[in-house]
Design a protein around this ligand. Structure first.
Ligand SMILES: *[C@@H]1O[C@H](CO)[C@@H](O)[C@H](O)[C@H]1NC(C)=O
Ligand SMILES: *[C@@H]1O[C@H](CO)[C@@H](O)[C@H](O)[C@H]1NC(C)=O
Ligand SMILES: *[C@@H]1O[C@H](CO)[C@@H](O)[C@H](O)[C@H]1NC(C)=O
Ligand SMILES: *[C@@H]1O[C@H](CO)[C@@H](O)[C@H](O)[C@H]1NC(C)=O
Length: 191
């Protein structure tokens, strides 16, 4: 009698433990299937002005490996902070529609094969997408071809949960000082 009561008690305790364990974990909610929202596609086009020269550069070198023998404008191991204007057209006085803020790193050991890795947030300051932005985390093999694809991995605001890509094409490049104007054609899938 005592023994069976003990076993019953043990079973009840176990059951209670199992039943109460999930609610003891307070740092997360229950995982449920995501609501199926309709995906939308938005295409954007603009020019990115990456200006290193002059008194008001939009890209600033913030670090450089001191062992490099690379004499190019953007040697391997150099890191830049950017606040690059995005303009409607390629002319320097064309209307600004947003900016790309973040970092890029020169990441090729071969100076003849410039590759940069971009960690940047592209935001808009005008129009339907004012206040929204998308995130680029990607290599940009600048020397490989005139047109390169970079990956879009996320977004904010109207671009929440975005993914997609940008076709970047060099419109202008001064290899001596590193100034560049890039034509960007963006395809984004978002909600
Ligand atoms: C590079 O860094 C090393 C280690 O800090 C230092 O000894 C050397 O003097 C530096 N070289 C130059 C050219 O700044
Ligand atoms: C930009 O400058 C060019 C000449 O330099 C001028 O013809 C054009 O009207 C200007 N555009 C704007 C939007 O100010
Ligand atoms: C640059 O890289 C490409 C592909 O990775 C290669 O075919 C080419 O030979 C490289 N160029 C130089 C100058 O090393
Ligand atoms: C490229 O940059 C160099 C160094 O700043 C400058 O002397 C030259 O005039 C620039 N070239 C063009 C076409 O702007």
């Amino acid at each position: 009698m005592e023994r069976s009561r003990f076993i019953l008690g043990l079973a009840l305790t176990l059951l209670l433990t199992i039943a109460t364990t999930p609610s003891e974990c307070k740092y997360h909610s229950k995982t449920v299937p995501a609501r199926r929202l309709k995906e939308k596609v938005t295409r954007l086009h603009f020019y990115l002005f990456d200006i290193l020269s002059g008194t008001k550069p939009s890209a600033l070198e913030i670090a450089r490996a001191n062992r490099t023998t690379d004499k190019s404008a953007t040697p391997f191991g150099s890191l830049y902070a950017i606040d690059d204007p995005l303009r409607e057209g390629p002319e320097p006085n064309s209307t600004v529609v947003g900016n790309a803020k973040g970092l890029y790193l020169s990441a090729s050991q071969d100076p003849a094969n410039l590759t940069i890795v971009m960690y940047a947030d592209f935001g808009f300051t005008t129009g339907k997408f004012k206040g929204s932005s998308f995130s680029v985390f990607s290599r940009n093999p600048v020397a490989e071809s005139l047109e390169r694809e970079v990956a879009v991995v996320g977004g904010r605001g109207k671009f929440r949960l975005a993914r997609g890509f940008i076709w970047l094409k060099t419109h202008y490049l001064n290899a001596t000082n590193g100034d560049a104007i890039l034509k960007a054609k963006v395809t984004l899938i978002h909600y």
